[in-house]
Design a protein around this ligand. Structure first.
Ligand SMILES: [Fe+2]
Ligand SMILES: [Fe+2]
Length: 313
């Protein structure tokens, strides 16, 4: 697929009306009260240990209704995202020296505040001097969508609008580059019509819509694993398209970002590109996938276990 054929929400293919319905419900129903309720329901009880391969296998039966680009099983998407990170951004256990500017469109680059244009006038491997080993980045590609298990009966059976799709801040007006923002579906949602944050408070101090990003980030923060904070950060914001990949070239929510959010933006963009542009219909063999990822999974998840939280009913 060529890059301009992805994220096309205007097609007349009948299945796409399902996508619009999911976004409509999301913009009407996601609010701070709902996010607090979900956080409490999922994280008030003890997690259950799952073998990570069983967790990934569970994704097999999930179809993401917000995604216009693929109807392949999620495990294939996980593999393709990870392999794209490996081949595009990695050289052995290091990042390649890719110019950061090449990750941005011309409009996005033009719109950057001057201090960040300066900060990004280097290659991506120079931006994170404190990180020595990078193989976790490939693993992030592999596990980034595990939070979609919230669609399954054992994990809450949540509706699609509470699990998938682009995420957005609550307690702040919806940015004009959000999908379907021209339809004003959010007009009755009080948490998308007022701004409650102080400038540059940082995304870590902002309520985000509930979804598979936040669930997995919170899960990993509470479980036994060796992933660095950068890994959890990019998982947490990988569906925050208005920020990392604004459709109109004008980055949304700049007033909420702090220095750390700007520092992480190029890395987040790498994950986004691998997440989106790796979608193709080449389906790898499942046992080959397991063979290839066994060592990497063991390195970051002791005993190959992940602690997953189930919704309290
Ligand atoms: Fe995702
Ligand atoms: Fe994904």
């Amino acid at each position: 697929m060529s890059t301009d054929t992805f994220r096309n929400y205007n097609s007349t293919i009948s299945s796409l009306s399902k996508i619009e319905k999911t976004y409509k419900k999301m913009l009407e129903n996601q609010n701070i009260e709902f996010v607090n309720e979900m956080t409490e329901d999922f994280f008030m009880s003890n997690p259950v240990d799952y073998n990570i391969w069983n967790a990934i296998d569970m994704l097999d039966i999930i179809i993401d209704e917000s995604d216009p680009d693929t109807d392949l099983p999620q495990i294939v998407h996980a593999f393709q995202t990870a392999e794209t990170i490996r081949s595009t951004y990695m050289n052995n256990n290091k990042l390649k020296n890719i110019p950061i500017k090449s990750l941005f469109t011309e409009d996005e680059w033009f719109d950057l505040p001057i201090q960040y244009k300066n900060m990004y006038s280097t290659s991506i491997d120079m931006l994170y001097p404190n990180i020595i080993e990078w193989d976790w980045f490939i693993l992030v590609g592999f596990i980034h969508d595990i939070g979609k298990i919230m669609l399954l009966d054992n994990f809450g059976n949540l509706p699609q609008w509470a699990v998938v799709g682009d995420t957005f801040p609550l307690g702040n007006k919806l940015d004009p580059n959000y999908v379907y923002s021209e339809k004003k579906y959010e007009s009755s949602n009080i948490d998308l019509s007022t701004n409650i944050y102080i400038n540059n408070c940082g995304f870590k101090n902002v309520f985000f819509s509930w979804g598979h990003d936040e669930y997995l980030a919170k899960t990993l923060e509470r479980g036994d694993n060796n992933l660095p904070p950068e890994a959890i950060y990019i998982i947490r914001y990988h569906s925050f398209y208005s920020w990392h990949t604004p459709s109109n070239g004008i980055r949304g929510y700049k007033h909420l970002a702090n220095h750390y959010d700007w520092l992480m933006l190029p890395l987040l963009k790498c994950l986004q590109k691998a997440d989106l542009y790796s979608k193709s219909n080449n389906i790898p063999n499942k046992s080959e996938i397991k063979d290839k990822y066994n060592d990497l999974v063991s390195k970051y998840f002791p005993f190959q276990n992940i602690k997953l939280f189930q919704k309290y009913i």
